[in-house]
Every structure is written in C-alpha cells, then in structure tokens.
Design a protein around this ligand. Structure first.
Ligand code: HEC
Ligand code: HEC
Ligand code: HEC
Ligand code: HEC
Length: 207
C-alpha cells in the first residue's frame, strides 16, 4: 500500500510537532544458550520465552517510547489503565509497575537511585530485591547451570531469572500431584501403608 500525503496548501497549519524520540541504548536482550551444542540429550528450550521490552499488539511491534514520550509516568491509578490490560501483576507486595520499569525510559528498568538498568542486565533488577536468591544464583545453587564445572575445560551456560520466572507473576503455579502407584492385585507383599514398601521379588534383596 502506498500512502500519499497531499501537499499542504500555503498557510495551512502544519500538524503540531511531537517531541523527538529520546535516544536510548537498546542492546538486544541477551538470551544465553542452554547447554552446549554437543549436548544431544538435553532439552534446549528454556522454561519460558522472554518477550523483551517491545509492545506487540495486533501483529505490530511498538517501541515503548513511541507512546511513553507523550505520557507522564504515573504511580497510582484509580481506574483501569488505558493500555496493557493483559498484564496481571501478581508479584505480591511488589505491586507498582515503576518499582521495575524506568519512569522516563521505558526501554529499560530502574535501579533504586533512579538510574537505568539496561534490558540485557535484567538479573540486576531482580537482584535489587532478591539478594539471597541472587547470591545463590551466582553460586549456581538456584536456577540452572549447564556445561562444564571446570570453566577451563569448556564453556558454561546459565539461565537468567526471567527465562524461568514471569516477572509479572513470578510464582510457579502449584502442581497437581500424580496418583500413587498401583500394584497388580496378585503382587507379593503389596504394601498396605505408604510407609511399608517391601523390596520387589525381582530385586536382589528379596528373600
Ligand atoms: C518485577 C518487576 C516488574 C514489575 C513490577 C512490572 N514489570 Fe513489566 N516487565 C518486567 C520485565 C523484566 C519485562 C521483560 C519481560 C520479558 O522479557 O519477558 C517486562 C515487560 C513488560 C512489558 C512488555 C512485554 C509485554 O508483556 O507486553 C510491558 C508492556 C510491561 N512490562 C508493563 C508493565 C506494567 C503495566 C506493569 C504494572 C502493572 C509492570 N509491567 C510491572 C518487569 C516488571
Ligand atoms: C500504544 C501505546 C503504548 C505503548 C507502545 C506502550 N505503552 Fe505503556 N502505557 C500506555 C498507556 C496509554 C498507559 C496508561 C496511561 C493511562 O491509563 O493513563 C501506559 C502505562 C504504562 C505503565 C504504568 C505506569 C505509568 O507510568 O503509567 C507502564 C509500567 C508501562 N506503560 C510500560 C510500558 C512498556 C515497558 C512498554 C514497552 C514494552 C510500553 N509501556 C509501551 C501506552 C503504551
Ligand atoms: C522492588 C522489589 C522487587 C523486585 C525488583 C523483584 N521482586 Fe520478586 N518479590 C518481591 C517481593 C516483595 C516479593 C514477595 C511477594 C509477597 O509474597 O508478598 C517477591 C516475590 C517473588 C517471587 C515469589 C516467591 C514466592 O515463592 O512466593 C519470585 C519467584 C520472585 N519474586 C522473582 C522475581 C524476579 C524473577 C524478579 C526480576 C524480574 C523480581 N522478583 C523482582 C520484590 C521484588
Ligand atoms: C532454571 C529456572 C530458574 C531460574 C533461572 C531462576 N529461578 Fe527462581 N525459582 C525456580 C524454581 C523452580 C523455584 C521454586 C518454585 C517453588 O518452590 O514453587 C524458584 C523459586 C524462587 C523464589 C522463591 C523463594 C525461593 O528461593 O525458593 C525466588 C524469590 C526466586 N526464585 C527468584 C529468582 C531470581 C531472583 C532469579 C535470578 C537471579 C531466579 N529465581 C532464577 C526456578 C528458577
């Protein structure tokens, strides 16, 4: 489709000038690989696909600042927000959008002193409130490390927080427990209580 703008007649007022888009650093959101390329047994999909800081709406992708350079940042709403109604914030006491999103640069996150946390350093955003978990994550106790323990022997990959947790609703839903195992009716010594599991006749320990 070709859009032709009719030339302005002399004296016709030009449309009011919009403030220019601010120039912001937009590094591609880092998506470290899961595992090494020669790990064939491994499921390579991270548990969650990150969305990045772009608004995808009706098949169009918008830079956050296309709208937000015109909107004043707001902490409180006494009515439903006019946009982003698909986002349900379920992060407990962490209940303000601007705890995480930068008030004047929506292409980035915000630190406690109001400075910018670039999108690719999103782990620093989570770390500002989840110190102990961040410490565990750095040590490889929380989250997922793949590759070589000895980094001299080969590379190591590590998933970032939002590759597992949805930042807007980070708690994992509870899982439905599977039913207990069933025993064939003629099995020897079928347990009567869950605690009294006998060694199976096929196992080496059966007498
Ligand atoms: C805990 C920090 C945190 C809070 C609080 C938070 N966000 Fe986000 N938001 C993020 C992160 C991190 C991303 C990037 C998500 C990704 O890559 O998957 C994001 C992405 C987005 C996006 C772009 C992706 C999408 O889902 O469309 C929008 C829009 C957004 N947030 C709006 C909001 C609004 C509105 C609120 C308040 C109701 C809010 N956020 C509260 C951390 C937060
Ligand atoms: C299509 C225009 C549009 C785009 C693009 C857009 N927003 Fe918004 N955003 C809005 C509107 C409208 C509001 C609510 C204003 C109101 O209801 O008064 C809002 C509100 C918010 C809020 C709540 C806090 C506040 O200051 O009002 C956050 C956080 C937010 N947007 C983040 C984002 C992020 C992050 C992106 C990019 C991923 C984004 N927005 C892209 C239109 C947009
Ligand atoms: C501004 C502080 C703040 C930031 C930033 C923040 N959180 Fe939180 N988070 C909280 C608070 C407070 C709670 C406790 C919510 C409650 O139960 O009231 C919480 C709860 C959680 C929980 C749920 C714990 C549970 O079992 O109930 C997870 C998971 C979590 N956050 C992950 C993240 C991730 C991932 C990020 C980065 C995208 C992040 N948080 C950023 C403050 C924060
Ligand atoms: C490989 C996936 C994965 C990654 C990466 C990950 N988490 Fe988690 N996280 C989990 C799981 C699974 C749980 C346990 C959920 C449960 O018990 O319901 C959890 C629990 C939590 C909790 C609840 C309290 C706790 O310690 O049990 C917080 C807070 C949290 N994560 C924050 C983070 C932060 C911050 C990061 C990044 C520094 C991160 N997570 C990275 C999977 C991950």
């Amino acid at each position: 489709m070709v859009l032709c703008a009719a030339p302005l007649a002399a004296g016709e007022p030009a449309s009011p000038k919009l403030p220019p888009l601010p120039v912001v650093e937009r590094p591609a959101p880092a998506k470290p690989a899961v595992g090494l390329s020669d790990d064939r047994h491994l499921d390579k999909d991270p548990p969650r696909t990150t969305k990045g800081l772009d608004l995808v709406k009706l098949g169009w992708t918008y830079n956050c600042m296309e709208c937000h350079r015109l909107l004043e940042a707001k902490w409180h709403y006494d009515r439903p927000m006019a946009e982003h109604q698909d986002i349900r914030l379920a992060h407990g006491e962490n209940r303000f959008c601007l705890n995480c999103h930068h008030p004047t640069n929506r292409n980035a996150f915000v630190d406690y002193d109001g400075s910018v946390i670039p999108e690719k350093e999103v782990v620093r955003l989570c770390a500002k409130c989840h110190g102990p978990t961040y410490r565990d994550w750095k040590a490889g106790v929380h989250g997922r490390l793949n590759g070589h323990w000895d980094t001299a022997a080969g590379p190591r990959t590590q998933l970032r927080c939002i590759q597992c947790h949805d930042p807007h609703a980070p708690k994992f839903p509870t899982m439905k427990p599977l039913p207990p195992p069933t025993y064939p009716p003629r099995a020897a010594h079928a347990p009567t209580t869950s605690a009294g599991i006998h060694p199976t006749p096929q196992g080496g320990t059966a007498h």
